[in-house]
Ligand binder design. Sequence first.
Ligand code: FAD
Ligand code: SF4
Length: 328
Amino acid sequence: MEPFSYHRATSVGSAIASAQNKSAKFLGAGTNLVDLMRERVERPAALVDVTGLSRVIQETTAGGLIIGAAASNAAVAEHPLVRQRYPALSRAILAGASAQIRNMATVGGNILQRTRCGYFYDVEGARCNKRTPGQGCDAIDGFNRYHAVLGASPQCIATHPSDMCVPLVAFDAVVHVVGPEGERRVPLIDLHRLPGATPHVESVLRAGDLITAVELPALPLAARSAYRKVRDRASYAFALISVAAAIRVEKGHVVEARLALGGVAPKPWRARKAEQALMGRPATPEQFLAAARAEMSDARTHAGNAFKPQLAERTIVAVLRILAGEQA
Ligand SMILES: Cc1cc2nc3c(=O)[nH]c(=O)nc-3n(C[C@H](O)[C@H](O)[C@H](O)COP(=O)(O)OP(=O)(O)OC[C@H]3O[C@@H](n4cnc5c(N)ncnc54)[C@H](O)[C@@H]3O)c2cc1C
Ligand code: SF4
């Protein structure tokens, strides 16, 4: 690991000031960043430890929830208001990593964790456009079982690895950001960028931008939400496919729907085509499959992940059937 300086931020202001050095990075629990530094993928000259900032999880005046960026993944998953009002969020977090990692990992760090594409971490042995722009992408003709089928580009087919972000994006979460130019709010759906020709630019955040909180709007529908993760091992594995969903059925028809996918795209993927295909239609397995197929109709596969569109369709249908069955 390269030498680096370390600052522990005691306030948002001191965090921003300490990060003025352009090669500084904010440090959550370091469960991803420290690995990246060990592998020499990232070489920040300074680390600004932001784990002392807000961990508060509380109701907003509008009936939603605000979650401090330094709250641990475990604290969010276990919080009574999260379990009661946004159960898919609790389940998604508990489906990720291990208990030890969830106890340490922060909400801000989870959102900005980097891809698990193996070539990205292989500094000596692999070509990677995300790590070294213009170098090439060894995943395209290599091991791409975990890689994207939606939203990718010829330059990069990596997926965003977070489970937590999938329900957050389904529920229209908004990220609170403070940077050198002040405060702003960014809908999570707009935070991560698709790779296009610049896969190394992963989000709309600028140097020195600090995530301070994530806000969930009041969403009664989310109280009956579900999350299902399909993976190669029962625990301690990233998603091949994951689905966060919530639907409301009245008189046999879908009148409200939220659906998002993980493991399929370079960002947490809001399945808007499927949502549109569900609205007003009968809550039947046939209609659920038609909606899933509408979403996956744009899929572009590679040798190792050709199974993903069908697996995504089956997983979406299975989750929607359970949700509809609970309301029958
Ligand atoms: C073995 C293993 C298995 C895992 N399995 C899963 C899994 O199945 N599902 C899953 O979702 N995740 C999984 N993870 C990933 C884990 O969830 C992330 O590593 C963790 O959430 C990152 O949080 P952190 O606080 O440690 O972030 P860090 O490693 O500290 O930071 C990650 C990135 O976020 C930036 N950052 C951190 N906080 C802020 C902030 N407040 N503002 C701006 N930038 C910030 C850092 O600069 C860095 O770029 C796994 C990790 C490991 C090691
Ligand atoms: S898929 Fe993206 S992260 Fe993986 S090797 Fe290709 S460019 Fe790098």
